[in-house]
Structure formats: structure tokens, C-alpha cells
Design a protein around this ligand. Sequence first.
Ligand code: URA
Length: 203
Amino acid sequence: TARTAPPTNIDAAWTALRDEAEGCTRCQLHKHATQTVFGEGPLDAGIMLVGEQPGDQEDVQGRPFVGPAGQVLDDALAAAGIDRGRVYLTNAVKHFKYELRGKRRIHQRPLTGEINACRWWIEQEALLIRPKVAIALGATAAQSLFGRAMKIGESRGRAIALPDGGEAWITIHPSYLLRMQGDVEAERTRFVEELRMAARSVR
Ligand code: URA
């Protein structure tokens, strides 16, 4: 399609892409979500950070990583010396997937079919931004970027070539720190160090 050609005006192309994503019906998740949560950040960012999908608060506010996981991410980015305002933040899946329990909306993991349906958007984002590195936060993001399931434990903490020739790093999803048992601080330290290493490869 025309959009895969190098755009003459990246800002206009990105805005058109985001606007188009508002009406996305590529999978069923739009039916119960409040809105599409598209990526945000400078289009000349060297780093593209990829999460899983919007959570409850992101779904309401329409912005990525503004809820509890976002707070964990913000703290980790600050500790790693990375300015959140200088990275492009997006998600593998752009609608909130949940299960209703009473009045509470409980996060559900996206299926492979939903990740694949949504890949088109993140591919277009990456084509516009052309980040030096992509950082996958967790398994869903890694699966989206690589087009196949990746084992976090085996692939984290080092640069890995993407199918399109770019460079990616894989680390944990920040929400893992909110639910894991055991040595949370050791895991947080490792997360920060992995963010720092990935960012260093940009400079
Ligand atoms: N978790 C994610 O993966 N992305 C968000 O935007 C918020 C929470």
C-alpha cells in the first residue's frame, strides 16, 4: 500500500495512521474497549518501547502506560537515565482486553491472533519512526516484534536482530514486578540494567 512507501511528511503520516487506528476493527477487541490507545512520543526517537496492551486506566485516558504499570516503568526509566519524553512508547495490542468480574475489569492476555491482527499498526509505526532499537517489555511485545514466541529468560539482556534488520532488546513487562513472588528488588535492578544497556546501544 501507499503507506509503506517513505512518507514525505512523517508527522502527517503518523497523525493519519493514528486517526485510522481509532476505527480499527481488525480483531474483536474494539467491541468492548473504550478507545484505541495508539503510541506516543517524538517521531525521531531512537528508542521504541513496546508494551503489551493498554490496561484499565490507559483504556479510559487513551494514553499508554499511565496506570500502575506505567508508574513502575516511569521509575525504572528514570533509574536507567532514560527520559520518557524522548522515547516512542507503544503497545503490541492497541485495545484493552478484559474480563468483567462484577464491576471490575480484569486484564486478559491477548491471543496470538489478536497480536497478529494488531501487528500491522506497530509495523507502520516502526516504518515511520525507524528507531535504532526496539525494547520489548514482556512476552507479548516480543512475540509481536519477532513474529514468533520468544522465551524471555533466554533472550533478555542482549541485542537481537529483528527479521527486518533492526535491533531489539527483550526484558520483562513492568507489571511483572507488581505480581511476582520472591526478590522483587533484584528483578527491578535487572530490569533497570537491561533498559540502560539497550539505551546505551543507541548512543
Ligand atoms: N501495560 C502495557 O503493556 N501497556 C500499557 O500501556 C499499560 C499497561
